[in-house]
Design a protein around this ligand. Structure first.
Ligand SMILES: Nc1ncnc2c1ncn2[C@@H]1O[C@H](COP(=O)(O)OP(=O)(O)OP(=O)(O)O)[C@@H](O)[C@H]1O
Ligand SMILES: [Mg+2]
Length: 356
Protein backbone atom coordinates (compact mmCIF):
# COMPACT_ATOMS: atom_id res chain seq x y z
CA UNK A 1 0.00 0.00 0.00
CA UNK A 2 1.22 3.46 -0.79
CA UNK A 3 0.26 6.58 1.10
CA UNK A 4 -2.30 9.03 -0.26
CA UNK A 5 -0.74 11.96 -2.08
CA UNK A 6 -0.98 15.20 -0.10
CA UNK A 7 -4.40 16.77 -0.61
CA UNK A 8 -4.62 20.38 -1.74
CA UNK A 9 -5.01 22.96 1.05
CA UNK A 10 -8.61 23.46 2.19
CA UNK A 11 -10.61 26.59 2.85
CA UNK A 12 -13.62 27.16 5.09
CA UNK A 13 -15.79 27.23 1.94
CA UNK A 14 -15.14 23.52 1.55
CA UNK A 15 -16.80 22.68 4.86
CA UNK A 16 -20.00 20.71 4.29
CA UNK A 17 -20.89 19.09 7.61
CA UNK A 18 -19.61 20.03 11.06
CA UNK A 19 -20.16 18.75 14.58
CA UNK A 20 -19.35 20.81 17.63
CA UNK A 21 -19.22 19.42 21.17
CA UNK A 22 -21.19 16.39 20.00
CA UNK A 23 -22.21 14.30 23.02
CA UNK A 24 -24.30 11.16 23.42
CA UNK A 25 -25.07 9.46 26.72
CA UNK A 26 -27.30 6.39 26.61
CA UNK A 27 -29.32 6.05 29.82
CA UNK A 28 -28.86 2.67 31.50
CA UNK A 29 -32.09 0.91 32.43
CA UNK A 30 -32.55 1.15 36.18
CA UNK A 31 -32.42 -2.06 38.21
CA UNK A 32 -34.46 -2.75 41.35
CA UNK A 33 -31.66 -1.56 43.63
CA UNK A 34 -31.35 1.72 41.71
CA UNK A 35 -35.00 2.59 42.41
CA UNK A 36 -33.97 3.69 45.90
CA UNK A 37 -31.23 6.03 44.69
CA UNK A 38 -31.49 9.24 42.74
CA UNK A 39 -28.49 8.32 40.63
CA UNK A 40 -29.17 7.99 36.90
CA UNK A 41 -26.49 5.95 35.20
CA UNK A 42 -25.60 6.45 31.55
CA UNK A 43 -23.15 5.06 29.01
CA UNK A 44 -20.90 7.99 28.03
CA UNK A 45 -20.60 6.78 24.44
CA UNK A 46 -19.50 10.08 22.86
CA UNK A 47 -18.25 13.17 24.68
CA UNK A 48 -17.46 16.58 23.28
CA UNK A 49 -16.51 15.60 19.73
CA UNK A 50 -15.47 18.18 17.11
CA UNK A 51 -15.62 16.98 13.52
CA UNK A 52 -15.42 18.80 10.20
CA UNK A 53 -16.15 17.11 6.87
CA UNK A 54 -14.97 18.90 3.76
CA UNK A 55 -15.95 18.63 0.12
CA UNK A 56 -13.70 16.26 -1.85
CA UNK A 57 -11.95 14.92 1.24
CA UNK A 58 -11.99 11.71 3.25
CA UNK A 59 -11.81 11.97 7.04
CA UNK A 60 -11.02 8.72 8.86
CA UNK A 61 -12.33 8.06 12.35
CA UNK A 62 -10.22 5.34 13.95
CA UNK A 63 -10.49 3.59 17.29
CA UNK A 64 -10.97 0.20 18.90
CA UNK A 65 -14.30 -1.53 19.39
CA UNK A 66 -16.67 0.39 21.65
CA UNK A 67 -14.84 3.73 21.31
CA UNK A 68 -18.00 5.41 19.95
CA UNK A 69 -17.29 5.57 16.20
CA UNK A 70 -20.67 4.25 15.04
CA UNK A 71 -22.46 6.47 17.54
CA UNK A 72 -20.71 9.52 16.00
CA UNK A 73 -21.84 8.41 12.51
CA UNK A 74 -25.42 7.83 13.65
CA UNK A 75 -25.51 11.22 15.36
CA UNK A 76 -24.21 12.88 12.19
CA UNK A 77 -26.88 11.01 10.19
CA UNK A 78 -29.51 12.25 12.69
CA UNK A 79 -30.48 8.65 13.46
CA UNK A 80 -29.89 9.30 17.18
CA UNK A 81 -30.96 12.29 19.19
CA UNK A 82 -27.88 13.95 20.63
CA UNK A 83 -27.47 14.65 24.33
CA UNK A 84 -25.60 17.87 23.59
CA UNK A 85 -23.76 19.72 20.83
CA UNK A 86 -24.52 21.15 17.40
CA UNK A 87 -24.54 19.81 13.87
CA UNK A 88 -24.22 22.30 11.00
CA UNK A 89 -24.79 21.63 7.32
CA UNK A 90 -23.22 24.40 5.24
CA UNK A 91 -23.18 26.52 8.40
CA UNK A 92 -26.89 26.04 9.22
CA UNK A 93 -27.78 24.46 12.55
CA UNK A 94 -29.71 21.25 11.92
CA UNK A 95 -31.92 19.21 14.22
CA UNK A 96 -34.45 16.88 12.65
CA UNK A 97 -36.88 14.52 14.32
CA UNK A 98 -38.08 12.37 11.45
CA UNK A 99 -40.62 13.41 8.84
CA UNK A 100 -40.00 15.64 5.86
CA UNK A 101 -37.01 17.44 7.42
CA UNK A 102 -35.30 14.09 7.97
CA UNK A 103 -35.88 13.09 4.33
CA UNK A 104 -34.47 16.39 3.15
CA UNK A 105 -31.38 15.86 5.35
CA UNK A 106 -30.95 12.27 4.09
CA UNK A 107 -30.92 13.57 0.56
CA UNK A 108 -27.68 15.36 1.39
CA UNK A 109 -26.15 13.07 4.00
CA UNK A 110 -26.20 9.33 3.32
CA UNK A 111 -24.90 6.46 5.40
CA UNK A 112 -23.26 3.18 4.29
CA UNK A 113 -23.24 0.31 6.78
CA UNK A 114 -20.74 -2.40 7.58
CA UNK A 115 -22.88 -5.37 6.56
CA UNK A 116 -24.27 -5.00 3.04
CA UNK A 117 -26.24 -8.24 3.41
CA UNK A 118 -28.15 -6.90 6.40
CA UNK A 119 -28.76 -3.51 4.80
CA UNK A 120 -30.32 -4.95 1.62
CA UNK A 121 -33.70 -6.69 1.77
CA UNK A 122 -33.15 -10.34 0.72
CA UNK A 123 -36.56 -10.65 -0.98
CA UNK A 124 -35.98 -7.72 -3.34
CA UNK A 125 -33.80 -7.30 -6.41
CA UNK A 126 -31.13 -4.68 -7.09
CA UNK A 127 -33.63 -2.97 -9.41
CA UNK A 128 -36.15 -2.65 -6.56
CA UNK A 129 -33.61 -1.20 -4.09
CA UNK A 130 -32.25 1.37 -6.53
CA UNK A 131 -35.66 2.33 -7.99
CA UNK A 132 -36.95 2.95 -4.47
CA UNK A 133 -33.98 5.16 -3.62
CA UNK A 134 -34.39 7.18 -6.84
CA UNK A 135 -38.15 7.59 -6.31
CA UNK A 136 -37.87 8.59 -2.63
CA UNK A 137 -35.39 11.29 -3.56
CA UNK A 138 -37.32 12.43 -6.65
CA UNK A 139 -34.61 11.36 -9.11
CA UNK A 140 -36.38 8.60 -11.03
CA UNK A 141 -37.10 10.88 -14.03
CA UNK A 142 -40.15 10.84 -16.26
CA UNK A 143 -41.29 7.47 -17.49
CA UNK A 144 -39.71 4.06 -17.67
CA UNK A 145 -37.00 4.94 -20.21
CA UNK A 146 -35.66 7.68 -17.91
CA UNK A 147 -35.79 5.34 -14.92
CA UNK A 148 -33.90 2.62 -16.79
CA UNK A 149 -31.24 5.13 -17.82
CA UNK A 150 -30.84 6.39 -14.24
CA UNK A 151 -30.60 2.83 -12.88
CA UNK A 152 -27.92 1.99 -15.43
CA UNK A 153 -26.01 5.18 -14.59
CA UNK A 154 -26.01 4.29 -10.87
CA UNK A 155 -24.61 0.82 -11.51
CA UNK A 156 -21.98 2.17 -13.91
CA UNK A 157 -20.93 4.70 -11.27
CA UNK A 158 -20.14 1.86 -8.83
CA UNK A 159 -18.43 -0.12 -11.61
CA UNK A 160 -21.01 -2.92 -11.82
CA UNK A 161 -20.86 -3.46 -15.56
CA UNK A 162 -22.71 -4.25 -17.70
CA UNK A 163 -25.63 -2.98 -15.57
CA UNK A 164 -28.19 -5.36 -17.08
CA UNK A 165 -26.26 -8.28 -15.61
CA UNK A 166 -26.92 -7.00 -12.07
CA UNK A 167 -30.28 -5.21 -12.17
CA UNK A 168 -32.49 -8.26 -11.68
CA UNK A 169 -30.26 -10.10 -9.22
CA UNK A 170 -31.21 -10.73 -5.58
CA UNK A 171 -28.69 -9.86 -2.83
CA UNK A 172 -27.81 -13.54 -2.25
CA UNK A 173 -26.81 -13.88 -5.91
CA UNK A 174 -24.06 -11.26 -5.50
CA UNK A 175 -20.63 -11.43 -3.85
CA UNK A 176 -19.95 -9.38 -0.70
CA UNK A 177 -18.08 -6.73 -2.69
CA UNK A 178 -20.87 -6.48 -5.28
CA UNK A 179 -23.46 -6.15 -2.51
CA UNK A 180 -21.50 -3.31 -0.93
CA UNK A 181 -21.30 -1.63 -4.36
CA UNK A 182 -25.10 -1.91 -4.61
CA UNK A 183 -25.41 -0.29 -1.14
CA UNK A 184 -23.14 2.51 -2.32
CA UNK A 185 -25.21 2.90 -5.52
CA UNK A 186 -28.35 3.14 -3.40
CA UNK A 187 -26.75 5.89 -1.31
CA UNK A 188 -25.75 7.71 -4.51
CA UNK A 189 -29.39 7.51 -5.64
CA UNK A 190 -30.01 10.48 -3.35
CA UNK A 191 -27.21 12.48 -5.03
CA UNK A 192 -25.71 13.27 -1.59
CA UNK A 193 -22.93 15.65 -0.60
CA UNK A 194 -21.77 13.55 2.35
CA UNK A 195 -21.23 9.80 2.74
CA UNK A 196 -20.91 8.44 6.28
CA UNK A 197 -19.26 5.05 5.76
CA UNK A 198 -19.28 2.93 8.92
CA UNK A 199 -16.60 0.26 8.43
CA UNK A 200 -17.61 -0.18 4.77
CA UNK A 201 -14.99 -2.84 4.01
CA UNK A 202 -14.42 -4.63 7.31
CA UNK A 203 -16.82 -7.50 6.47
CA UNK A 204 -15.40 -7.98 3.00
CA UNK A 205 -12.75 -10.41 1.93
CA UNK A 206 -9.30 -8.82 2.21
CA UNK A 207 -8.76 -9.28 -1.54
CA UNK A 208 -11.70 -7.05 -2.50
CA UNK A 209 -11.36 -4.36 0.19
CA UNK A 210 -8.97 -2.30 -1.85
CA UNK A 211 -11.34 -2.31 -4.84
CA UNK A 212 -14.20 -0.87 -2.76
CA UNK A 213 -11.91 1.74 -1.14
CA UNK A 214 -10.65 2.75 -4.58
CA UNK A 215 -14.25 3.08 -5.74
CA UNK A 216 -15.02 5.39 -2.80
CA UNK A 217 -11.94 7.43 -3.59
CA UNK A 218 -13.02 7.70 -7.22
CA UNK A 219 -16.47 8.92 -6.08
CA UNK A 220 -14.86 11.44 -3.75
CA UNK A 221 -12.89 12.88 -6.64
CA UNK A 222 -15.54 12.75 -9.35
CA UNK A 223 -18.54 13.81 -7.26
CA UNK A 224 -16.61 16.02 -4.82
CA UNK A 225 -18.12 14.06 -1.91
CA UNK A 226 -17.20 14.62 1.72
CA UNK A 227 -16.62 11.15 3.20
CA UNK A 228 -16.41 10.03 6.83
CA UNK A 229 -14.56 6.71 6.82
CA UNK A 230 -14.91 4.74 10.04
CA UNK A 231 -12.43 1.95 10.60
CA UNK A 232 -10.52 -0.17 13.12
CA UNK A 233 -7.67 -0.36 10.68
CA UNK A 234 -5.36 2.63 11.01
CA UNK A 235 -3.21 1.36 8.09
CA UNK A 236 -6.17 1.71 5.70
CA UNK A 237 -6.71 5.27 6.99
CA UNK A 238 -3.20 6.13 5.83
CA UNK A 239 -3.91 4.71 2.41
CA UNK A 240 -7.38 6.12 1.90
CA UNK A 241 -8.03 9.17 4.09
CA UNK A 242 -6.76 12.76 3.79
CA UNK A 243 -7.27 13.44 7.49
CA UNK A 244 -7.30 10.98 10.42
CA UNK A 245 -8.95 11.39 13.80
CA UNK A 246 -8.37 8.93 16.62
CA UNK A 247 -11.02 8.17 19.24
CA UNK A 248 -10.61 6.51 22.60
CA UNK A 249 -13.47 5.68 24.99
CA UNK A 250 -15.83 8.30 23.57
CA UNK A 251 -13.30 11.13 23.19
CA UNK A 252 -11.07 12.32 20.34
CA UNK A 253 -7.43 12.03 21.30
CA UNK A 254 -5.47 12.97 18.17
CA UNK A 255 -6.01 14.43 14.73
CA UNK A 256 -4.12 15.65 11.70
CA UNK A 257 -3.34 14.71 8.14
CA UNK A 258 -3.27 10.93 7.73
CA UNK A 259 0.38 10.68 6.79
CA UNK A 260 1.49 12.56 9.93
CA UNK A 261 -0.88 10.80 12.35
CA UNK A 262 0.12 7.36 11.09
CA UNK A 263 3.84 8.03 10.59
CA UNK A 264 4.46 10.37 13.54
CA UNK A 265 1.73 9.45 16.04
CA UNK A 266 1.82 11.67 19.11
CA UNK A 267 -0.77 10.30 21.54
CA UNK A 268 0.29 7.15 23.43
CA UNK A 269 -3.02 5.54 22.43
CA UNK A 270 -2.42 6.16 18.70
CA UNK A 271 1.04 4.65 19.10
CA UNK A 272 -0.49 1.62 20.81
CA UNK A 273 -3.01 1.25 17.96
CA UNK A 274 -0.26 1.36 15.37
CA UNK A 275 1.95 -1.04 17.29
CA UNK A 276 -0.95 -3.49 17.66
CA UNK A 277 -1.50 -3.60 13.89
CA UNK A 278 0.37 -6.44 12.21
CA UNK A 279 3.37 -5.00 10.40
CA UNK A 280 5.90 -7.36 8.80
CA UNK A 281 8.64 -4.69 8.96
CA UNK A 282 8.40 -4.61 12.73
CA UNK A 283 8.87 -8.37 13.16
CA UNK A 284 12.58 -7.86 12.50
CA UNK A 285 12.78 -5.52 15.44
CA UNK A 286 11.07 -7.72 18.06
CA UNK A 287 12.98 -7.41 21.30
CA UNK A 288 14.20 -3.92 20.49
CA UNK A 289 13.60 -2.13 23.80
CA UNK A 290 13.05 1.25 22.16
CA UNK A 291 9.94 -0.08 20.38
CA UNK A 292 8.37 -1.66 23.42
CA UNK A 293 6.95 1.04 25.72
CA UNK A 294 3.40 1.45 24.36
CA UNK A 295 3.10 -2.32 23.89
CA UNK A 296 3.57 -2.81 27.58
CA UNK A 297 0.54 -0.69 28.32
CA UNK A 298 -1.88 -3.62 27.70
CA UNK A 299 -5.14 -3.45 29.61
CA UNK A 300 -8.67 -3.06 28.37
CA UNK A 301 -10.91 -0.16 27.39
CA UNK A 302 -12.62 1.36 30.44
CA UNK A 303 -16.27 1.15 31.42
CA UNK A 304 -18.15 4.00 29.80
CA UNK A 305 -20.71 4.09 32.61
CA UNK A 306 -18.09 5.49 34.97
CA UNK A 307 -15.25 6.51 32.64
CA UNK A 308 -11.85 7.35 34.20
CA UNK A 309 -11.45 10.96 35.28
CA UNK A 310 -8.86 13.17 33.59
CA UNK A 311 -7.52 11.52 30.46
CA UNK A 312 -9.59 8.39 29.82
CA UNK A 313 -6.48 6.56 28.61
CA UNK A 314 -4.46 7.16 31.79
CA UNK A 315 -5.06 3.74 33.44
CA UNK A 316 -3.44 2.06 30.40
CA UNK A 317 -0.79 4.68 29.66
CA UNK A 318 2.87 4.00 30.44
CA UNK A 319 3.59 7.75 30.39
CA UNK A 320 0.79 8.69 32.84
CA UNK A 321 1.63 11.53 35.24
CA UNK A 322 -0.37 12.46 38.38
CA UNK A 323 -2.16 15.23 36.46
CA UNK A 324 -3.46 12.74 33.85
CA UNK A 325 -5.82 11.10 36.34
CA UNK A 326 -7.37 14.36 37.48
CA UNK A 327 -7.34 16.90 34.62
CA UNK A 328 -8.86 16.46 31.18
CA UNK A 329 -6.13 17.32 28.64
CA UNK A 330 -7.07 19.96 26.05
CA UNK A 331 -5.92 19.76 22.43
CA UNK A 332 -2.26 20.71 22.16
CA UNK A 333 -1.10 21.85 18.72
CA UNK A 334 2.03 20.01 17.60
CA UNK A 335 4.86 21.28 15.42
CA UNK A 336 3.90 21.08 11.76
CA UNK A 337 5.44 18.30 9.71
CA UNK A 338 5.83 18.72 5.91
CA UNK A 339 2.12 18.78 5.05
CA UNK A 340 1.59 22.15 6.76
CA UNK A 341 -1.76 20.88 8.12
CA UNK A 342 -2.59 21.17 11.82
CA UNK A 343 -1.67 18.19 13.99
CA UNK A 344 -2.92 18.01 17.56
CA UNK A 345 -3.04 15.61 20.50
CA UNK A 346 -5.11 15.76 23.70
CA UNK A 347 -2.27 14.63 25.97
CA UNK A 348 -0.47 16.35 28.84
CA UNK A 349 2.88 15.16 27.43
CA UNK A 350 2.60 18.04 24.95
CA UNK A 351 1.99 20.77 27.50
CA UNK A 352 4.81 23.27 27.32
CA UNK A 353 7.51 22.23 29.75
CA UNK A 354 6.24 18.66 30.23
CA UNK A 355 8.90 15.92 30.23
CA UNK A 356 8.42 13.84 27.07
N1 LIG B 1 -28.27 2.06 21.62
C1 LIG B 1 -27.37 1.96 22.60
N2 LIG B 1 -27.74 1.87 23.90
C2 LIG B 1 -26.83 1.80 24.90
N3 LIG B 1 -25.50 1.81 24.70
C3 LIG B 1 -25.07 1.88 23.45
C4 LIG B 1 -25.96 1.97 22.32
N4 LIG B 1 -25.23 2.04 21.18
C5 LIG B 1 -23.93 2.01 21.56
N5 LIG B 1 -23.84 1.91 22.92
C6 LIG B 1 -22.58 1.87 23.70
O1 LIG B 1 -21.82 3.00 23.32
C7 LIG B 1 -20.44 2.67 23.23
C8 LIG B 1 -19.94 3.01 21.85
O2 LIG B 1 -20.53 2.14 20.90
P1 LIG B 1 -20.26 2.25 19.34
O3 LIG B 1 -21.10 1.21 18.67
O4 LIG B 1 -20.45 3.65 18.90
O5 LIG B 1 -18.72 1.86 19.25
P2 LIG B 1 -17.83 1.56 17.95
O6 LIG B 1 -16.57 2.35 18.11
O7 LIG B 1 -18.63 1.75 16.72
O8 LIG B 1 -17.49 0.01 18.15
P3 LIG B 1 -17.27 -1.12 17.01
O9 LIG B 1 -15.90 -0.86 16.46
O10 LIG B 1 -17.34 -2.40 17.76
O11 LIG B 1 -18.34 -0.98 15.98
C9 LIG B 1 -20.33 1.19 23.57
O12 LIG B 1 -19.97 1.10 24.94
C10 LIG B 1 -21.73 0.67 23.36
O13 LIG B 1 -21.99 -0.42 24.22
MG1 LIG C 1 -19.21 0.48 15.15
Amino acid sequence: MTATPAAPPTTTDDVVLEAENLTKHFPVRRGLRDLFTKERKAVHAVDDIQLTLRRGRVTALVGESGSGKSTVARLMAQLYKRTDGDIRLHGDLITVNGGRAFRAYCRRVQMIFQDPFASLNPVHTVRYHLTRALKIHGRAGNGSADLEQNLNALLLRVQLTPPERYLDKFPHELSGGQRQRVSIARALGANPEVLLADEPVSMLDVSIRLGVLNLLRDLKERLDLAILYITHDIASARYFADETLVMYAGRMVEGGDSETVTQNPAHPYTRLLIESAPDPDRLDRVGDAKDAPEDEAGGEPPSLIAPPTGCRFHPRCVHAMPKCSTDLPPRFELPLVDSGQAHWAACWLYEEGAAK
